[in-house]
Design a protein. Structure first.
Length: 288
């Protein structure tokens, strides 16, 4: 009888070690977000060759994108990259700026898309006026792991009125993420102009709301993700975030582009990096 117990115990331990070994063998997935300023607009002369370099250097499996004004231009960019498939929102809100994804179909499968006009969890928002939409993509990795990404682009500007609008948008985005049955990340340009100095309590609000929802902010330690012009200075700001529900297997966030090269230092406008005007005022952010 004792011998049978030993055999059973050995089998259980062997099965546990096998499962653990399988879990550890997952290849890491790389997810990124990038606001490509006014991309496709007739008023913005984007250096697409340089943009190709920046996107390729990310080596991300899924990239959430914002400020897409002409879907055809993004399709052409994806065609030149040769790696990515495009999935964009139908709506763009009052600013006609779409959100969406570039994803590597060899690494992940897009199982479904769900659009939330004006980030309304009930699906009752307006498509071509008001706030920009949220786009929820449900993905499966080649090893079977399932996850969801909610691409967002919250309202801009720094006064209390707009900070209040963003608070409402954060609550709606969190409600969508929490209603999704798989681990989910909210990512994109949240326009958190009060993040660095907690102006209008913006940073405190984001941290408190995420904590109450049992969510984690992966970008909380990043010093900036965007630059803006203030008088004769180019000043850093932290606008782009990635927040995940419990169970989302992600590590720390990484900053890319000129934000990283400048170490988020304020500089004279005359020393602005070429990518600031040629590509975007935002820098890519990624997580593994």
């Amino acid at each position: 009888m004792r011998r049978n117990h030993i055999i059973v115990a050995a089998a259980v331990v062997g099965a546990f070690l096998s499962i653990r070994s399988c879990a550890c063998s997952h290849e890491p997935l790389h997810i990124a977000t990038f606001n490509i300023e006014n991309f496709g607009s007739a008023e913005k002369d984007t250096d697409t060759d340089r943009l190709l370099e920046l996107v390729s250097a990310l080596d991300a499996d899924v990239i959430a994108v914002q400020e897409i004004e002409d879907p055809a231009v993004l399709e052409r960019l994806a065609s030149r990259l040769g790696r990515y498939t495009v999935a964009l929102s139908r709506c763009g809100g009052g600013s006609n700026m779409r959100v969406g994804f570039l994803f590597d179909a060899k690494r992940v499968r897009l199982e479904s898309l769900q659009e939330y006009a004006e980030l309304d969890p009930r699906g009752e928002g307006a498509c071509t006026r008001g706030d920009r939409p949220g786009l929820l993509g449900r993905f499966a990795a080649t090893d079977g792991r399932r996850f969801a990404l909610l691409a967002v682009h919250l309202t801009a500007l720094g006064d209390e009125e707009f900070a209040s609008k963003r608070r409402s948008q954060w609550r709606r985005a969190i409600a969508i993420a929490k209603s999704t049955p798989v681990p989910t990340a909210i990512l994109g340009d949240t326009n958190s102009t009060g993040w660095l100095d907690d102006r209008h309590g913006e940073r405190s609000f984001i941290e408190d709301e995420l904590a109450a929802a049992d969510m984690k902010l992966l970008t909380e330690k990043l010093p900036c993700s965007e630059y803006f012009t203030r008088q004769d200075r180019l000043t850093p700001s932290m606008l782009d975030h990635v927040a995940v529900t419990s169970g989302f297997p992600a590590a720390r966030a990484t900053l890319h582009g000129y934000c990283r090269e400048l170490s988020c230092r304020e500089i004279p406008v005359r020393d602005a990096p070429p990518d600031f005007a040629r590509v975007s005022d935002h820098c890519p952010v990624s997580v593994q």
